[in-house]
Design a protein around this ligand. Structure first.
Ligand SMILES: Nc1ncnc2c1ncn2[C@@H]1O[C@H](COP(=O)(O)OP(=O)(O)OP(=O)(O)O)[C@@H](O)[C@H]1O
Ligand SMILES: [Mg+2]
Length: 602
């Protein structure tokens, strides 16, 4: 990050708008009496970016009390990608109230507003482009005036805390506590999932058992239905056969009746003809007998008559034999006729009797038709009922089959849920393993790694700075120290000093020696901060670094500041000691006349 310039109005002791170029300034002395507004320059930078000053002033306290409004600080900087940004922070401003703006330069005099709706978000956006938060920015740009100066005087845990903040170990600790919270959440979640898996497994087993039972029921039910359908079909076949038999029996009975009727009528006719013929025969027989008797009488007459005379049997008169003979011949002829008629008639009678008997025999021979046990109507009813019974069985809804299908669906659903729960549980197990692993890393390995990496760096810098500033008389060393807090042993970094010509403790050192040690420590930590943040700042302010130094020490610190120019574009040294300005080519004078602080280039 390159700080380009700062501009302020009605800020703290400044009233009239004051502007300072901060880039490419080299070594510059800012000189002014106590309270003139020297530290106000650093405050303006820090306030523009974060909303608070180095001493913690915020809110309306930064607004110049004499004016009481229209406080404004403008800061220009360039980010790591060479984009130029402008920050405008206002307080009690008649137009912009208490707003914060972030602008990006897109061309000469052309700026695009990149501010967010919420001030915190704009500040976050600024941090993104400066790549520095409040602590990192202050540590990178300011040394002295309460900033890290009393570091060496801090207790070991306090020192550790500052180093932790710089090295990012505090973030590791935050991450660790977050991890621990996450561990318990993941554990609870995993327990829940394992419980789900267990209960779903049991439910799946139950569902499987029911599916088996329902399937067996469905199979049995189907088998039974098939059997009943077969019975119904057989019944229908039987009913059809019965109906057929009944129809055939009815037809056969009718045919037999018709046949017997026909024979009977023929028999009746033969009977009539027989009676007629038999009567005729009797008549011919009587006639034949009469004619025989007549003939016998004529013959007897003929036999008795001697003189050939016959006698009438009725009247006893004499009858001529010839006549009698003629008569007898006549009678004989009649007799023959009658006899022939009789014989013919007897034959006819016999023939008719034979026919009669034959017909009677034939009638008798007509076997009565075997009775069907079913009437056709009855058989039809039987067939209809059998068909209806089949339809009833066909329409019957299987109960077990439906239960089986539903149970299968339920089981599939449960199996899907179980698979999902198992998958989730496996993922939670993996997460837990990862969290446990990370917890181990964050609680032990990473802090140690960070320390291991930071300590040599800090000591290398401290040795170099100490050599320049104290001429190697005072050893400043960063060391690890174990602290015990609430039963937990924690290893941290602290500063130890060793004065070759004096005491070994920081508080034993003289004011000037302490100031040198502070300078060494602060510069080392600043170097670490720049290294860790990988976002070096082009400008640094040393606020009153010569306060308690003797002339030789001033020379050495000046040498150290010259060294700093190798890594910085601008090194500002703030002092109220006017005599010191002879050491510098560039001087900015800060004065506070009636109208407020004024910065003037000398
Ligand atoms: N809101 C304010 N309105 C007006 N003056 C203020 C306001 N806040 C602080 N001051 C004044 O600003 C001065 C502090 O300025 P600053 O800290 O920059 O002084 P300095 O030049 O660094 O002094 P020193 O040499 O003592 O460090 C004090 O006089 C203080 O009273
Ligand atoms: Mg000051």
């Amino acid at each position: 990050m390159r700080i380009l310039s700062v501009e302020m109005k009605n800020f703290k002791t400044v009233r009239q708008s004051q502007r300072l170029k901060l880039s490419n300034r080299g070594l510059v002395c800012i000189v002014g009496s106590n309270g003139a507004g020297k530290t106000t320059i650093e405050d303006a930078l820090v306030w523009a970016l974060s909303g608070k000053t180095l001493s913690g002033l915020k809110g309306n306290d930064v607004v110049n009390e004499d004016i009481g409004r229209n406080c404004h600080v403008r800061l220009r900087f360039q980010d790591a990608h060479d984009h130029v940004w402008r920050v405008d922070r206002y307080r009690k401003h008649k137009r912009y109230r208490n707003r914060l703006f972030l602008w990006q330069r897109v061309g000469p005099g052309r700026w695009v507003d990149k501010s967010r709706h919420v001030m915190e978000e704009t500040e976050a956006e600024i941090r993104k482009h400066t790549r520095l938060d409040f602590t990192s920015f202050v540590v990178s740009t300011v040394v002295g005036q309460g900033v890290l100066a009393p570091f060496s005087a801090m207790s070991a845990p306090e020192q550790s805390k500052v180093i932790d903040t710089i090295t990012g170990n505090d973030v590791v600790q935050v991450a660790l506590s977050t991890l621990r919270e996450r561990k318990s959440t993941v554990k609870a979640h995993l327990d829940e999932l394992l419980h789900d898996v267990e209960s779903l497994t049991t439910r799946c087993e139950d569902a499987k058992g029911y599916v088996r039972k329902a399937k067996a029921g469905a199979v049995e039910e189907r088998k039974r239905k098939k059997e009943r359908l077969q019975i119904c079909s057989k019944s229908i076949t039987k009913a059809r056969r019965t109906l057929k038999e009944a129809i055939e029996a009815e037809k056969a009975a009718k045919e037999r009746d018709d046949r017997v009727k026909a024979l009977q009528s023929r028999l009746d006719a033969v009977k009539k003809r027989f009676e007629l013929a038999d009567g005729q025969k009797t008549t011919y027989l009587v006639e034949e007998r009469e004619l025989r008797k007549q003939m016998d009488r004529y013959n007897a007459v003929l036999k008795k008559g001697a003189k050939g005379v016959g006698y009438c049997e009725h009247c006893g008169g004499q009858i001529d034999n010839g006549v009698v003979k003629g008569l007898c011949n006549n009678v004989e002829a009649l007799y023959d006729i009658a006899h022939q008629a009789y014989t013919k008639s007897a034959d006819e009678v016999k023939g008719l009797r034979d026919l009669w008997e034959k017909l009677a025999k034939e009638i008798r021979a007509q076997e009565p038709v075997k009775d069907s046990s079913w009437s056709v109507a009855h058989a039809r009813d039987y067939l209809r009922e059998a068909k209806e019974a089949l339809q009833v069985v066909k329409k019957e809804k299987p109960t077990w089959r439906e239960a089986w299908l539903n149970a299968k669906k339920r089981m599939a659903k449960l199996e899907t849920q179980l698979a999902q729960s198992k998958k989730k549980a496996a993922s939670a197990k993996r997460q837990l393993a990862y969290v446990l692993h990370a917890e181990r890393e964050y609680s032990h390995d990473i802090p140690l790694d960070i320390q291991d990496a930071s300590l040599p760096f800090l000591n290398k810098k401290a040795a170099r700075f100490s050599k320049i500033i104290t001429d190697g008389i005072i050893d400043v060393e960063f060391a690890t120290e174990k602290t015990n807090k609430g039963g937990n042993t924690k290893e941290g970094i602290c500063v130890t000093t060793q004065n070759a010509r004096g005491g070994s403790k920081y508080i034993q050192q003289s004011k000037g020696e302490r100031q040198k040690i502070d300078l060494v420590v602060a510069s080392s930590i600043q170097a670490l901060n720049t290294e860790m943040a990988r976002a070096g700042v082009n400008t640094v302010f040393y606020d009153e670094p010569f306060d308690a130094l003797d002339a030789a020490s001033v020379e050495r610190v000046m040498q150290f500041l010259q060294e700093e120019l190798k890594t910085r574009e601008s090194v500002f040294v703030i002092t109220h000691n006017v005599a010191l300005q002879s050491h510098f080519n560039n001087v900015i004078e800060v004065s506070k006349p009636e109208g407020g602080t004024i910065f003037s280039e000398v």
